[in-house]
Write a protein that binds this ligand. Structure first.
Ligand code: IPE
Ligand code: MG
Length: 222
């Protein structure tokens, strides 16, 4: 979900105004998922590198996450939206961690759509954490090195039992993955658009999915 800052600048407003507008975009995109056959939606909201932004902006974002999670949990549950958080959450204030845990448990039995919010998420960090956990399990005698397969490794990632992404959409015209689901995205289709995230609409979402359907996916075969 890139381009909040540039969207705010375009409107002559401070960056945080763009983050608010960006967060408001999410509802509509989530709501349309069950109708258009999207079962899993991952939203990259805050990367492990985003801590390097000015403290004021980081604080605003952390507060925004807490506020949104607090205000949206009941509504998401009612709409059948299961929320999961990907990323290293102990870096956040305890209050936010508690809100995240509460939101996950409240929506755990929802099955209409799975929404993964990536907060303090970075692929490299995720892979290192998985490796550390695997090493601990090997040292504890729970796991033999010969048992480490691609499938087992993926179960140590934050995404665990989730399927790998079929399509990755990046807004705002940047042409890179920026540490997003690098292991999981090995065969993902990529879609880049100039649209800034706060302007990303349901029609644009559905047309990206329609274009995706036309692609020939070979997964290394012929
Ligand atoms: C994406 O918008 C939101 C977050 C990373 C939190 P940006 O804040 O990266 O917006 P630009 O790239 O400065 O326009
Ligand atoms: Mg950006």
């Amino acid at each position: 979900m890139d381009g909040n800052g540039r969207w705010a600048k375009k409107h002559g407003r401070p960056r945080i105004f763009g983050h608010k507008a960006g967060a408001d975009r999410i509802d509509e995109i989530v709501r349309v998922c069950p109708d258009i056959g999207v079962k899993y939606l991952s939203l990259y909201a805050f990367s492990t590198e985003n801590w390097n932004r000015p403290g004021k902006e980081v604080n605003f974002l952390v507060k925004l996450f807490a506020e949104k999670i607090k205000n949206k949990t009941a509504g998401m549950k009612k709409e059948g939206v299961r929320i999961l958080f990907l990323g290293e959450r102990t870096a956040f204030p305890k209050t936010l961690q508690n809100l995240m845990a509460h939101c996950e448990s409240e929506t755990a039995s929802c099955r209409k759509v799975n929404v993964m919010l990536c907060l303090n998420y970075g692929s490299r960090d995720e892979i290192v954490r998985a490796t550390r956990k695997i090493s601990e399990d090997v040292l504890a005698g729970k796991l033999k090195p010969s048992q480490i397969t691609e499938d087992l490794f993926s179960r140590y990632l934050d995404t665990r039992e989730l399927p790998p992404p079929d399509l990755i959409i990046r807004t705002s015209g940047e042409l890179r993955l920026s540490n997003f689901l690098l292991f999981q995205a090995a065969y993902a289709e990529l879609h880049f658009t100039q649209t800034l995230w706060p302007d990303f609409s349901v029609p644009e979402f559905t047309s990206a999915l329609a274009a995706f359907k036309e692609r020939k996916r070979r997964f290394g075969e012929i």
